[in-house]
Design a protein around this ligand. Structure first.
Ligand code: HEC
Length: 126
């Protein structure tokens, strides 16, 4: 009986922990599902339409290993531009406006709250 109670207690703690982390990330993570048609969070995954977005915080623009970027993104990276939360939010507001001639055909996100949620989520992915 004791061990059953202990197991129930452990399960309850695990569930609570999962609910906590899900609440924090749910909006951004949920929205990121639309990006995952083209972007992975796994650096080892190749063959997607877009570069992987793992460890994006502080990463230089256009430098995911193994991805063939447009000249527009390579030029931005060569100028030393790197990703932070504000740049990502601005990019998602108007991808083509930030990098003329970029190959990302997706339009970004129309709602400011959505951009903030996705940017927050991506900045926390290592
Ligand atoms: C239809 C496919 C597609 C979708 C959907 C898409 N992207 Fe992209 N994305 C790309 C491509 C292709 C590039 C590379 C662009 C280039 O080389 O000019 C890119 C580039 C990026 C970059 C620059 C990465 C780097 O290494 O500098 C970020 C950040 C990004 N996308 C974020 C997002 C987010 C966030 C979403 C969802 C809101 C999204 N993308 C949706 C195709 C897509």
């Amino acid at each position: 009986m004791r061990s059953v109670l202990a197991a129930v207690a452990v399960a309850a703690v695990l569930l609570a922990a999962r609910a906590g982390s899900a609440q924090e990330s749910s909006a951004g993570e949920h929205l990121f599902a639309t990006c995952q048609a083209c972007h992975s969070l796994d650096p080892a995954k190749r063959g997607m339409a877009g570069p992987h977005l793992a460890g994006l915080s502080g990463r230089r623009v256009g430098t995911a290993e193994g991805f063939d970027y447009s000249p527009a993104l390579r030029a931005a990276g060569a100028q030393g531009l790197s990703w932070d939360e504000d740049r990502l939010k601005a990019y998602l507001a108007d991808p083509e406006g930030m990098f003329k001639g970029s190959w990302m055909s997706a339009p970004g996100l129309a709602r400011e709250a959505d951009r903030a949620a996705v940017a927050d989520f991506l900045m926390r992915q290592r």
